[in-house]
Design a protein around this ligand. Sequence first.
Ligand SMILES: [Zn+2]
Ligand SMILES: [Zn+2]
Ligand SMILES: [Zn+2]
Ligand SMILES: [Zn+2]
Ligand SMILES: [Zn+2]
Ligand SMILES: [Zn+2]
Length: 374
Amino acid sequence: MCEEQTVSLVDVVEEDEELEEEASAVLAGSDSDHCSYPQGYVKRQALYACNTCTPKGGEAAGVCLACSYKCHEGHDLFELYTKRNFRCDCGNRKFTELQCKLNPDKDELNSLNKYSHNFFGVYCTCSRPYPDPDDQVEDEMIQCVVCEDWLHGRHLGCVVPDGVELQEMICESCMNKNDFLWTYADHLAVQGAAVQVKEETGESNVDVPDKQQMDDVIEPSSKRSREEAEPSCRLKGLQGSGQNRLRSGAVFWPSAWRSELCSCNTCQERLSEANMSFLLDETDTVLAYEKRGKKNEQKQPGHDPLMLALDNLDRVQQLEIIHGYNDMKTELKDFLQRFAAEGKVVTPDDIRQFFEQQQSRKRRRVDGGPYYCT
Ligand SMILES: [Zn+2]
Ligand SMILES: [Zn+2]
Ligand SMILES: [Zn+2]
Ligand SMILES: [Zn+2]
Ligand SMILES: [Zn+2]
Ligand SMILES: [Zn+2]
């Protein structure tokens, strides 16, 4: 047998471990034992909505990771991935029957919580469930960093660029509500996405905007304002200069784009009024949150994060996780059996593709119950 065509079990297991690390990142950033309520409005946490306790037609409510395990076991839960500035609702006035087992002493309501149709299990501008039983089109769901809704790639109104995992997206509706974002988009946004629809160049290269170009634009105004002893505004410097991109469709932003935003007093006020001060905070991103989660795990050397997590769960939860894990293994087996049935040889590329599919499904979204992470 040709060496290139063999895949060792070690390769498979290694891929597998990577997959687990990815998957546990979303959960590791949140506490699975203690209700997050005492922490108040948590900057970012994994959230769930319970279709059993607070179904459509009533008031929307969200519960923390620990409550999803301990108080809503066996319930029909929607995994909402992570959302920012949310305080756990478990057992408060919105729940007629249920008492929170972890933190029963809660205010009636959390008035600063924001809710969306996601809390009733529907997503995107098309308001469909995910997964959608009536939709056979393979598509990725991408979360808007402003409204935090999840949108189908094909409903964004732009071409989804490569490498979206590392980019943040702002949906068209949020762009239009905050006109100044279009000014930033002219200079910072991942190029080609919206324009491509028009020109159809067939190229899909994603240009990260030239920092030098950006500084060139900014420099004159900051020099001038220093002379005038006035604080400079980057945004003002950008207005009226540079190309105008098509002002339609969602916008993808390259990594670290937030650090390019102006933080002068006027801009800070503007962001605060629009409830978007988080854009000036690089630690607000999902990537930063996941990084923190991964770091927390690495603090325990010599322990397998999966095993460690399993240790802290009760038996039912352990079984649920192992069940989810076995599902993935079953899928891999099915995948391999298809090759056997067709008499084809499995190549490393085939295996890689399988895990990439698994991974992108996990990263982009959210399937089934609370134990299936990311
Ligand atoms: Zn809770
Ligand atoms: Zn429930
Ligand atoms: Zn609870
Ligand atoms: Zn949609
Ligand atoms: Zn949005
Ligand atoms: Zn400014």
